[in-house]
Design a protein around this ligand. Sequence first.
Ligand code: HPA
Ligand code: ZN
Length: 333
Amino acid sequence: MTRLELIRALPKAELHVHIEGTFEPELMFEIAQRNQIAIPYKSVEEVKQAYNFHNLQSFLDIYYAGANVLIVEQDFYDLAWAYFEKCHADHVTHTEMFFDPQTHTDRGVAFATVINGLQRACDDANSKLGISSHLIMCFLRHLTEQAAFETLEQALPFKDQIIAVGLDSSEVGHPPSKFAGVFAKAREYGFLAVAHAGEEGPAEYVWQALDLLQVNRIDHGVRSEEDPELMQRLIVEKMPLTVCPLSNLKLCVVDDMAQHNIRRLLQQGVHVTVNSDDPSYFGGYMNDNFIAIAEALDLSNDELKQLAKNSFDAAFISATEKQKWAAKIDALV
Ligand code: HPA
Ligand code: ZN
């Protein structure tokens, strides 16, 4: 099999995707019109031209503005369903999607509206496309810990539909330590935990996510390489990093894909996975991310298979499921 054929044939799990970041401009226009909400762009082309970012914040400003048109349950269903169709095309067979409740509840949209729309799409993806999924609720770190506590309480009636809590938005200046209390409470309630750390923020934030938030995975984490002691810990604990190559390029975390450290991390024994983050904004879904690193870093077929196996291994699924996917991946030649 050629490298490209292998990328397409590999079953893959996606562990780092913000559902609001899969919002394609075409659907954004359609929903804006349906809800009679004005958006500051005249055409899809004009929207795409605005997707020129120089750091995380310049992206987040546009990303939150886009989410403003989502109002009713069907909007959230349509958003998630469009993403599941992309998963199907890329042979992503399992996905664990982030959603940002505060982005919606702060505009007066009920928590139930958001989660019911997403859940219905997850159910349909399972029955119609054979794709399994989990939802991960993220706290916005630019807001207070008190606001995160309130969101956690709102989530309790839907606890069985949410596998984990996460932490996203503006990283620098909002360290994981700010949310130690709410993560402890969430873990007490039985949620698993993940957190964005070491994207723009320093390796110190990764230490904090591990020690203070007691996360099961680190989202991004690419700056861990700056701290050899941290690298040792990640390797020994087999702590997964959900790396997002095209995101890192678009947000100028790396200048050039040829300089991305995912291959070095993999070769040193870090449990890295490939993910799309906000694919509508960053220029590609799962397979586009695989292709970009495979070409820029000249990855071998064995390395690609390892990355796909890592994705299931790091997923919140049973050991039996993990073994099933590993066997399917091993069988590809
Ligand atoms: N980092 C932090 N917050 C986010 C991101 C990201 O890459 N995408 C959506 N919210
Ligand atoms: Zn992210």
